[in-house]
Design a protein around this ligand. Structure first.
Ligand code: SAH
Ligand code: MG
Length: 208
């Protein structure tokens, strides 16, 4: 048995929302690239353990990761940034159907723009989840740090990129971007960080 299957069968055997959302996304022709249920559970646990209340995600897709974040705090709220108007609508619907009515605010359009607007409003968040276009990950990191406070958590998905990040000679743009992200998170003096090999890799960091 694969390690992944072992972990899934013990710790995330039956995530109904994951199944429901995946089926809906297939039905309407969306890509099925939500976080894995294990990554989702880790997000929930990280929110619970840190006591984070104000959460921000970059890349909503069908709403599954947003649900995992909101599961972590009964009093939590989520701001979710999504490029595609249609995906934002689908995500909002799924998040509300999951029982988190009134606790999510969607912001559509390029996330870089939305983040700059949030910066102007002087908004602060205590939990960040980066999971959109890989080429902008390093820029998202800088903007998230600006919107953070000491103790805030910054997480990012797909940071193993199916193991491709090990390929130092790669010329693939997304792979290069994820390598650059991991290196930046690892070396940034403002952060303490680690890459956790769960799902497709989740890099986690705490703002000093
Ligand atoms: N976090 C989701 C999966 C996100 S998939 C989950 O695990 O459930 C990546 C998402 O990022 C897609 O929905 C895509 O439309 C969005 N995206 C891509 N480029 C973006 C950009 N520049 N700004 C905001 N969202 C973007
Ligand atoms: Mg992802």
């Amino acid at each position: 048995m694969k390690v992944e299957t072992y972990i899934q069968s013990l710790f995330t055997p039956d995530d109904k929302e994951y199944g429901h959302i995946t089926n809906k996304m297939i039905e309407i022709g969306m890509p099925t690239i939500s976080v894995s249920p294990e990554t989702g559970k880790l997000l929930t646990l990280l929110v619970k353990m840190s006591g984070a209340k104000k959460m921000l995600e970059i890349g909503a897709l069908g709403g599954y990761s947003g649900i995992c974040l909101l599961r972590g705090n009964e009093e939590g709220s989520l701001t979710s940034l999504e490029l595609e108007e249609i995906y934002a609508k689908v995500a909002k619907k799924h998040i509300e159907e999951a029982g988190f009515n009134g606790r999510v605010e969607m912001k559509t359009g390029p996330a870089l723009q939305s983040l700059k607007e949030l910066e102007k409003e002087n908004t602060e968040f205590d939990f960040f989840f980066i999971d959109a276009d890989k080429e902008n990950y390093v820029h998202y990191l800088d903007l998230c740090i600006k919107l953070s406070k000491p103790g805030s958590i910054i997480t990012a998905d797909n940071t193993l990129w199916s193991g491709e990040v090990l390929n130092e000679a790669t010329t693939d743009k997304d792979t290069r971007a994820l390598q650059a992200y991991n290196q930046k998170v690892a070396e940034d003096p403002r952060l303490e960080s680690l890459l956790i090999p769960i799902g497709d890799g989740l890099t986690i960091a705490r703002v000093k």
